[in-house]
Design a protein around this ligand. Structure first.
Ligand code: PLP
Length: 406
């Protein structure tokens, strides 16, 4: 197979793709951890720092107005990426982790109580599991799990019984960062809405790799990070559906989130400022906006199509190796596996010697590792700038590692 023709020129947008690692051509297969950054994003951040690196909102001078306009434009671009309705809210956070914690502590603790249930899956990244454990500890609610099969697939026929009238929150991944599996969201959202439960979606992988419309998939909260989709680290967003924002309390207090402050009491600014206390990550937000424009220009449909096709090639080629065990199911650009008899860490170190970057370990998903009965896996994860040659290099590397350890 060859890379989709329309994506080929995009490879030139990523300066790091011509880098070398360990003296070899750099093969980057760790996009699940973070993506590489195109020139337009690097330039947007550099231009903020070189041309108008001043604070937003407070200044009445030209540069501050420019910084404020760019910051606000980024919010509009992020909203457009997920097709947010105009009466929804996009709050800038430091990333998916903070976004989910914000839902947990500025909304859930006030809306969940003893006798209620919070439903998650064993597929969750720790950042969509641990906050819910803490909410249950604080409120007395019960943490329950939507059943998954041995391959990590949600049991469709169990959704109806798992989401009960006691369920207040369904917190589910949009796409597993370990296997790439995409749960049946539409059924989950429709059932949750019918039972009066709010849906919190961890979109860290999903929003970066699939076209997402919160109008077609009406979740209550959607958390995602810029750095998984060509943007900078330390910035992300929480989308809040219309109606839900009025139910949220601020969870950090200070400058920028207030309307009026008196000696003994204060009032809050309207959202989203209410949830963005202090000087925000201005450069990050500007880079995030540039990243959303970039991936939309590449085309989310084209990204999804390329990853599905190359992901199939990846899984087929790795699966053909008779010394490898695969986990999960095909369908996306994430592939988890183990080389039998070799610790995943040793596989990762061996591949690194060949200039190939993969992730090894439990991928912040220890309960899923327990479910698969492994201590960790090797994960190769693609983005739209990966080529079949990257997969071929990985496969050749795995054969070499097998030979060395044999
Ligand atoms: N959820 C999933 C599925 C992820 O893959 C990640 C990052 O790896 C996160 C949450 C946490 O994202 P961040 O570290 O950007 O907050």
């Amino acid at each position: 197979m060859s890379i989709t023709a329309e994506l080929e020129p995009k490879l030139l947008d990523f300066p790091i793709l011509s880098a070398r690692s360990r003296g070899k051509d750099f093969v980057y297969l760790d996009n699940g951890a973070t993506s590489l950054k195109p020139r337009s994003v690097i330039e947007a951040i550099t231009s903020y720092y070189t041309e108008y690196s001043v604070n937003i909102h407070r200044g009445v001078y030209e540069m501050s107005e420019r910084a404020t306009a760019e910051y606000d434009r980024s919010r509009e671009d992020v909203a457009a990426l997920i097709d947010a309705p105009t009466d929804g809210q996009v709050i800038f956070t430091s990333g998916t982790t903070e976004s989910i914690n914000m839902v947990a502590f500025s909304w859930a603790v006030g809306h969940v109580s003893s006798g209620d249930e919070i439903l998650v899956t064993l597929l969750e990244h720790h950042s969509n599991l641990v906050p819910w454990q803490q909410v249950c500890r604080a409120t007395g609610a019960e943490l329950r799990f939507l059943p998954i099969g041995p391959d990590g697939v949600v049991s469709q026929d169990r959704i109806d019984e798992a989401i009960t009238t006691k369920t207040r929150v369904v917190a589910v991944t949009g796409m597993s960062n370990v296997t790439g599996y995409v749960p049946p969201h539409h059924t989950i959202v429709a059932t949750a809405r019918e039972r009066g439960a709010a849906v919190v979606m961890d979109g860290a992988q999903f929003v970066a790799h699939r076209p997402v419309s919160v109008q077609e998939l009406p979740v209550d909260f959607l958390a995602f990070s810029a750095h998984k989709m060509c943007g900078p680290t330390g910035i992300g967003a929480l989308y809040v559906a219309p109606g839900r924002v009025a139910e949220m309390e601020p969870y950090q207090y200070g400058g920028d989130m207030i309307q009026a402050v008196h000696a003994t009491e204060s009032t809050w600014a309207p959202a989203p400022a209410r949830f963005e206390a202090g000087t925000p990550n201005i450069a990050g937000a500007i880079g995030f906006g540039a990243a959303t424009r970039y991936v939309r220009d590449v085309g989310m449909d084209a990204i999804a199509a390329h990853e599905t096709e190359l992901g199939r090639y990846l899984r087929d080629k790795v699966g053909e190796l008779d010394f490898v065990t695969l986990y999960g199911v095909p369908g996306t650009g994430i592939c988890s596996f183990n080389v039998r008899g070799v610790h995943p860490h040793d596989v990762g170190t061996g591949l690194d010697q060949l200039g190939i970057a993969v992730r090894t370990g439990f991928h912040c998903a220890q309960p899923l590792m327990e479910h698969f009965n492994v201590t960790g896996t090797v994960r190769a994860s693609l983005y739209f700038y990966n080529r079949p040659e990257d997969v071929d290099a990985l496969v050749a590397g795995l054969v070499r590692i097998r030979d060395i350890f044999a």
